[in-house]
Design a protein around this ligand. Structure first.
Ligand SMILES: [Zn+2]
Length: 212
């Protein structure tokens, strides 16, 4: 239980779709990659937190290999679309193949709140199939909304809320705040450099306009 708690603290679900959140289980892609699915138990924890299938899962080493392969095919396809470049056909074929397992999961309405619950005799395979099916849905219906987080050092793939209002950061609590603080510091530095260049003798009337 302690282990799962430690793992879950490293997962987040803010990118706009399960497939994008799954791509995010390899963090720091552009710099120093951080593997957030180091073992099958971590994959079980992610599937549980994402709510992709009902009940406990027991992932194997083979499941973990398949999951990472699906994740990287998804990342390649999404990255190409976000960059508005050609999508590799082999990765599309891999997504199509992986999505066949989505048929292993069956939805049912449960409880007074009528939540949807997905059940399966092969829950890990079904969960991976549902991730692939979600990736296909993103490509088919929302590809123009795929963007990258603009914070230096992040670059995570995200889904904008709409085409007209592009999302710029993972979330305001994380990258958005960091980016805004960095931009503010850069403005302060630029203003200080400007003052330094004039010997700090800028007239008071000009000083009052700084920071508006
Ligand atoms: Zn970010």
């Amino acid at each position: 239980m302690v282990y799962h708690g430690a793992v879950s603290a490293r997962f987040n679900f803010h990118r706009g779709s399960p497939a994008l959140d799954f791509v995010g289980t390899l963090g720091g892609r552009a710099f120093v990659p951080e593997e957030r699915l180091p073992d099958p138990a971590a994959l079980d924890a992610w599937i549980r937190e994402a709510g992709l299938v009902d009940g406990r899962t027991h992932a194997t080493a083979a499941h973990l290999r398949a999951a990472r392969a699906l994740r990287e095919s998804t990342a390649v396809v999404f990255a190409a679309l976000a960059a508005r470049t050609a999508v590799p056909r082999a990765e599309v074929a891999a997504l199509n193949e992986a999505a066949r397992a989505s048929a292993l999961a069956t939805p049912a309405l449960a409880g007074r709140q009528l939540h949807v619950r997905w059940s399966s005799d092969r829950p890990v395979d079904a969960a991976l199939g549902r991730i692939a099916a979600d990736a296909i849905d993103v490509v088919a219906t929302r590809r123009e909304r795929l963007v990258r987080c603009e914070r230096d050092g992040c670059g995570a793939l995200l889904l904008s809320a709409s085409r007209g209002a592009p999302r710029r950061w993972c979330s305001m609590e994380t990258c958005g705040n960091v980016a805004k603080v960095a931009a503010h510091r850069a403005r302060v530095r630029a203003a200080a450099a400007k003052d330094g260049a004039t010997g700090g003798a800028a007239p008071p009337t000009r000083r009052r306009t700084i920071g508006r």
